[in-house]
Design a protein around this ligand. Structure first.
Ligand code: C5P
Length: 398
């Protein structure tokens, strides 16, 4: 899969460094050559001996250690790779990169390289959530640095949340994607995702069960193909992917405004589960029981149809507009009618009868409805659906 590819692998100082040993093994199994660089802090977690034994080559540790330093060895090292990977990428390493520091071998290589850079961040959840790290990540993303993870879950420090380094298999997939074709580079794609929340009063709202998983996977897959993705998300339960511009909204009206503000775009994918109605008489203050036993009367107003609004624009319509249709019966007939009614190019239809286990599940079985008919895809993981859809979008925009 990675035959002949050269990876410059920087191992930062974090407990996740032990997983990087496994990554080295997998990279070599996939045919890649790994040139390892171990930071001072990294050496506290894994030994140079284990790294070089697995990589099958010497490990670089010091800026002034390079035998060819007289020939500016660190510059050569930074260029003689197809991809530079930092795993684990610590908060400190990210901060230094965002600020353009070059005070050791790792940061010097990262500043000097002319090759794509992929980071696998790993840090304590509070460090990951800290505004400084968010700022640094935004800067690095804007600079074109790729990221994979972090994952959520229990951490070595005992806390729970995002911050665990992505698993070696996921980093390997991200490396393959980074080195693979990037047919969507230079293309801008809007993705809506997640549910919307429609307020009843300042503390209550109407919501739906969308997790945002499929929209998030689509945004990640598009970004992996090189697209500049604007990800407009309602309050989803899965975190947004790395490497996209995230615009957080609550209501359908806010989502419409954010979607329109994201235009022009080459393509737009509407994966959000938008509430059809909002409460027209939402109260400015918390509604109280008045003792009469009568519940408050809520008036509903229809929400704007964001997909239809964008698909039917006269000026500035994205070249490809993709909608979703969650149906419980006559999936193809309903989705085909929806495609015509909304004016979009494609509809990704799925059967959401409870017995399919698709709603809230990890898998999806979709039918792609285009101008030329209906195409049933086999049941597969939501990530695989996302990758296949992203490939189709890339082919349509080519
Ligand atoms: O009409 P229905 O809600 O079934 O259509 C689903 C498709 O329309 C999805 O792509 C959804 O994101 C989009 N939609 C929208 N704005 C709405 C309602 C649905 O963008 N108000």
């Amino acid at each position: 899969m990675l035959a002949g590819k050269r990876i410059l692998l920087i191992i930062g100082g974090g407990i996740a460094a032990y997983k990087t040993l496994e990554l080295i093994r997998r990279l070599r199994d996939a045919g890649a050559a790994v040139t390892p660089v171990l930071t001072r802090a990294g050496e506290e977690f894994v030994t140079p001996l284990s790294v070089s034994a697995l990589a099958g080559t010497a490990v670089h540790r010091d800026l002034f250690d390079l035998t060819q330093e007289a020939e500016i060895g660190h510059i050569q090292l930074s260029r003689a790779a197809d991809l530079v990977v930092a795993a684990p990428a610590t908060a400190d390493l990210m901060a230094k990169m965002a600020g353009g520091h070059a005070d050791d071998l790792a940061t010097t290589l990262l500043l000097a390289t002319d090759k794509p850079v992929l980071l696998a961040p790993a840090m304590n959840v509070r460090m990951w959530d800290h505004p400084a790290t968010r700022r640094n990540l935004a800067q690095l993303t804007a600079d074109g640095v790729l990221t994979v993870g972090p994952d959520e879950g229990p951490m070595a420090c005992g806390e729970v949340g995002p911050g665990r380094m992505a698993e070696p298999a996921a980093i390997l997939a991200a490396i393959a994607a980074a080195l693979g074709p990037r047919p969507l580079s230079g293309r801008r794609v809007l993705v809506t995702s997640g549910p919307t929340h429609e307020p009843i009063d300042p503390v209550r709202y109407i919501a739906n069960r969308s997790s945002g998983a499929q929209g998030t996977a689509i945004a990640a897959a598009l970004a992996a193909l090189g697209a500049e993705v604007v990800f407009v998300t309602g309050p989803a339960s899965v975190p947004p992917p790395a490497g996209v511009t995230v615009v957080r909204v609550e209501t359908a009206c806010e989502m419409l405004a954010a979607a329109e503000a994201a235009l022009p775009a080459d393509a737009a994918v509407f994966a959000a589960a938008v509430a059809d109605w909002r409460v027209a008489n939402a109260a400015g203050r918390k509604i109280k029981k008045d003792g009469s036993g009568r519940p408050p009367a809520l008036d509903f107003a229809e929400n704007p149809d964001i997909l239809a609004a964008v698909a039917q624009r006269r000026a500035g319509r994205p070249r490809l507009v993709v909608g979703f249709a969650a149906e419980t019966d006559d999936v193809v007939a309903h989705a085909t009618a929806k495609r015509a009614r909304k004016g979009c190019d494609w509809i990704v239809a799925n059967d959401v009868r409870p017995e399919t286990g698709i709603m809230g599940g990890a898998e999806n079985a979709v039918t792609l409805i285009t101008a030329s008919g209906a195409e049933a895809w086999p049941r597969m993981g939501k990530d695989a659906v996302a990758r296949r859809l992203a490939d189709r979008i890339a082919a349509a925009l080519a």
